[in-house]
Structures are given as structure tokens and as C-alpha cells.
Design a protein around this ligand. Sequence first.
Ligand SMILES: [Zn+2]
Length: 392
Amino acid sequence: MSSPPRAETFPANTPAASQIFVTALSQGPLTRLELARRAGLSPAAVTKAVRPLIEAGYLVESADEEARPALGRPASLVRVDGARALFIGIKVTGDEVIGVLTDLCCRVLLARRLPLADRAPRAVLTALAGLTQELLAEADGLGVHVVGAGVAVSGDVDRAEGMVRYSPFLEWREVPLAGLAATTTGLPVTVDNDVRALTVAEQWFGAGVGLSDFAVVTVGAGIGCGLVVHGRVVAGAHGVAGEIGHVTVDPAGPLCHCGNRGCVEAIAGDAAIVDRVRAATGAEVADAAEAAALAHQGVAGAQEAYARAGEAIGRGIATVANLLGPERVIISGEGLAAYDLFAEQIRDSFAAAAFGSAAECDVQTRPLPFEEWARGAAATAIQSYIGSGPHQ
Ligand SMILES: [Zn+2]
């Protein structure tokens, strides 16, 4: 590897320090007082936590020239020095790997994609290594070390163990991806579920900034959900949480790959929609794009398949709202391309199934390209580096 990992560690591995760092990262620049208020800590705790971070160059403090008072010194603002360290984030899909190089502020400096010929772990690892090499070579040119990588994979992923327990789309079971990828890339690697990784990016920089409770629901090949409760991304005791794709909405419905019937994903996942459009229209439908095209042309059977999918997604979202009462639900994923085909059904079935005030939850749609998911993977690597991950 051209840029071997340095034995550099983040200088302040206390929960308060990482909390202050994350607050500065996602909401800064801020005055020390505002940092204390937003992190829910005392000004003394902030002073204690920021000192080593400033000394090591992770935080910088400079005068707020815009707020210069008529008399006296201007207030100082604390911000993260993005150029202090670099990270790599990679999202693995069924047919390609998408990688980004980010700075410590998780700003994407550049993005690369590599096609995947094969979904077997060995082929994916080769692609991960190739993509990482390319990004490390670019980082070398910037003269800043890459100190960690994050890899986001769909399915049941145990981040603490670095293990992909079950990924239906990759057809993987029990793949110790973090260890394997660390060996091939030479970097510390954090592996997480892809929707959870995207949720971290939304929490830090997207539609979840400043919210203590929200959910990200993704529609597309699978139906995923990331949850933030009391400001923490929920990973679950066993690495599984928020699996609204496998909430039963029709016990007599189609068989799901998980073995149950009538799960949201068995009705609203791309494959389910394609199957239903084929059965209803008799047309040779190759993929979700063709199914959506038929529905857009006004073919009744195709429109009905989307309506049914929208109903299932709306009920899945209502389940999240009823259980957790999030302030906001962000709907994203590649399935948003067909959103106009089921937006009304999602809204109606959500309103019908949400209980009482849970229906007041703000439901938003946000198109987020795969580079944004890769950025989420980089955010998980930053979390691991600064000691703020879900298990730390
Ligand atoms: Zn299922």
C-alpha cells in the first residue's frame, strides 16, 4: 500500500470529547458556549475536552470576524480541521462498488466507481482493494494520511464483530468482512449495514441534523430503515433493528426471501413489483425501470402493483411512527425514481395506520445517490476513529 496506516490515535477517547467533536463536526463552527449548550455539557467540560483536540490539530479555534462587537474582542469559534485526516467510504451494491475519499469533516473530495463482475466475497474484496488503492493514490497527492475506511453492505451486519451475518442481495452468510478488508487494504475497516451508514450521514449533515429522533426509510431492491433514537443510531442488541422490510402487512401475501409471507419487502421491493407486474400484464418485464415505465404509460396491472407497494411502505412507516414517534421520516433509495407512482398510497396508508399524534411525523423524500451512501460509510469510519460508534 502506498499509504500505510499510521499508529495515530484520536487524542480524546472519552464520550464527552467525541460528543463535542461530533457537535462541532455536524453543527460547527460554534462558540464554546454554544458547543456546551448543544452537546448538553458544562462549559468546564467543553474546555477540558477541546484542549487536547486543539493541541493535536483536530479542532481549531479562530475569531468570528463577522460577529465582531463594536468594542472588545470578537467571540472565538471552534471548528473541525477537515485537512487533519482523510477517510475512505465504500458502498457495495449488487453490481458495483462506489467509493469516496473524504476529509475529516466528511466532505467528499472525490468519488470513484468500479463494476462488480461477481458477488462472491473474494471478488468483492478484490474490487474493494482496487478502489481503495485508487483513492489512496489520490490521497497521497494531497499529502494527508488516510486513517480509516468504512464499508457499507446491505443486510444483517454486526458492526462490533465486523461480520456480515446475512446479505440476501450478495448471497453472503457469515463473512468476516472487516478483518478481510483490513488485511487487503492495510487500513482499519469499519463494516456496517448500508442504511445505518446512510443514517449517520443524514444525522450529521442531512435532513436529520439537530433531531433527536428520526428514521431513514429506503425503497428499492430492498426496503431498509435506519433509526435514530435519543440522538443515537440504533444498532440493536444483535445488529438488527428497524427491519421494516420484514414487517408483515399481509399474512396471506407473497412469500418473502426471509421465509415469511407478506413482508413489506415481499410486496414493495423491486423484485416483488417486477413479479407482480409480469403476472398482471403478461409483459416481459426485465427490471424495476421497465415496470415503472409500464405504469407510467398507464397500464392498469402495473399501476396496481405500485399502488399495492405504496400501501405496504406506508404501513411499514406507520409501524415505525407508532413504535418510536420520530419527528421525521426521510424516504430515500433508488426506488424514489418511481415515487410518483405510489406517493399517494404511501401517504394515505401511513395516515390510516399511524396512531394519534404519531401521524404528525414529518414524512419527507430525499433523493440520495450511492455516493451519499458511500459518504455514510466514511462517516462510520470517522465514528470508529473518534470513538463515537454505537458500541463504544
Ligand atoms: Zn421478509
